[in-house]
Design a protein around this ligand. Sequence first.
Ligand SMILES: Nc1nc2c(c(=O)[nH]1)N(C=O)[C@@H](CNc1ccc(C(=O)N[C@@H](CCC(=O)O)C(=O)O)cc1)CN2
Ligand SMILES: Nc1nc2c(ncn2[C@@H]2O[C@H](COP(=O)(O)OP(=O)(O)OP(=O)(O)O)[C@@H](O)[C@H]2O)c(=O)[nH]1
Ligand SMILES: [Mg+2]
Length: 505
Amino acid sequence: MISDHDPIVAIATAPGRGGIGVVRVSSPARLDALIEAIAGRQLTPRHAHYLPFKDADGVLIDEGIALAFPAPHSYTGEHVVEFQGHGGPVVLRRLLARCLEAGREQGIRLAEPGEFTRRAFLNDRMDLAQAEAVADLIDASSEAAARSAAASMTGAFSDQVTGLADRIVHLRMLVEATLDFPEEEIEFLEKYQARSVLDAIASDLSHLLAQARQGAILREGLHVVLAGQPNVGKSSLLNALAGFEAAIVTPIAGTTRDKVVQQITIEGVPLHIVDTAGLRETTDTVEQIGIARTWTEIEQADVILHLLDATQPQPELDAAITSRLPARTPVLEIVNKMDLVDGGNDGAGAGGNAGAEADAGAGAGADADADADADADADADAGGSQRAARVSAETRVAGHPAKRLGISALTGEGLDTLRQELLAIAGWNPSGESPYLARERHIQALLQAADHLDIAGEHAALSDRVLDLFAEELRLAHGALTSITGEFTSDDLLGVIFSRFCIGK
Ligand SMILES: Nc1nc2c(c(=O)[nH]1)N(C=O)[C@@H](CNc1ccc(C(=O)N[C@@H](CCC(=O)O)C(=O)O)cc1)CN2
Ligand SMILES: Nc1nc2c(ncn2[C@@H]2O[C@H](COP(=O)(O)OP(=O)(O)OP(=O)(O)O)[C@@H](O)[C@H]2O)c(=O)[nH]1
Ligand SMILES: [Mg+2]
């Protein structure tokens, strides 16, 4: 386990060439000796000094800016010094080596990923959700995501969470005071209007949850899987959405063997569009493997676009596919090649009876299940089951027919509507309040808190002597909320969170 007391050093800027490169040191103890050794003098706090950085023999490493932030007025809350040099990998490595050498007596070592921010958290410079937002800001893949991360970084999300937690504590205090006077228990609920106070908290919590869900969509990007029979135009649609020829398109059925993923953004929302091998019965070994992968992708999708060919309705085959789609995942049925059929864009060309006589299990690749879950858990944040929480469950009720939309991947007809539908079906609310770039961890905690408030509400509804159970549920709800800001956090959790940061952050 790493010690939170060693001096640490790292290159803080991205690897490779750049205009400027920064080597940053943080230490609980003063850094006077190291500064003197490298910069040749002491530094005025928070003052940019232009000077030569020298090695142990007095040979020039670089001329740059040295900047000292004495504790506690620094990013980490410790003593920090920055050497801002020219941004070349070799010069920065020399500067790094020089810091390790000059700080050896104080026990300096290379920083672990996220360790500067971990210290900022441990020194109360920020709470856990803010620290996570720092990493999310760096990792943001769209402007909307970056905006939301910046808001969370300054504490906007944490303030909401803490506000709810405080209201729960207040209610709990009233209950627990009453517990000492059993004769007053029955009156308690009326006296403090506990029920309506609780309802108000629960309602604000669900509001926050909605904003967090929106943020999770921004953070992770939506995984949209294009699935359907061969030759319906999945790869053509991928190319149309991506704006270039990302996947091979031919008139030959079974062209796509392996998945092809393209990142796009729609109104600032990042989407990962996954093109897959067409689903059919086949004896071709390579194609069979491709089809197995298609089902794996389908299992992990946030949204499934089930493509149909307007010119070749094959309701039985499509129904077989429909019957195998996971019930929890929203599905849009896309009737493609509308440019080839008369009668405009109403999706009728493919025959509107996809739901009829579903021949369960007879779909192509029916035996492809075995490794469907193989790498779903490779990354806890990216696993299919975890992702499911991002897309509101109401979007599609199991067994109900999916929404249909006619398009032409060739002419672009219907694509604008498709883009809007994609956002809508994913639960994206463009006019909603600004989302918080929340993580799955936060959403799970909010859901837990909501559950406990629900149960508390049930206890409050009963007439006799359940106040201690009521109080206990409030305690659990409060605990779930404070796990977001990291009031009480295990070292294991901190390890998991900060190890995903980049080095030097
Ligand atoms: N050069 C440089 N740029 C950087 C950072 C850095 O560490 N160094 N940051 C980080 O990686 C971010 C900025 N974060 C920072 C947060 C707090 C303090 C700081 O010195 N806080 C003091 C003084 C505040 C003040 O002057 O008003 C404090 O809070 O007491 C500095 C940077 C992004 N840019
Ligand atoms: N007219 C017309 N042709 C289309 C349209 N979309 C795709 N096609 C044609 O349909 C054929 C198959 O398209 P692909 O995009 O390769 O189909 P796919 O679903 O990816 O097929 P597989 O990879 O074999 O599963 C190609 O010849 C395309 O040019 C469309 O909207 N209109
Ligand atoms: Mg294809």
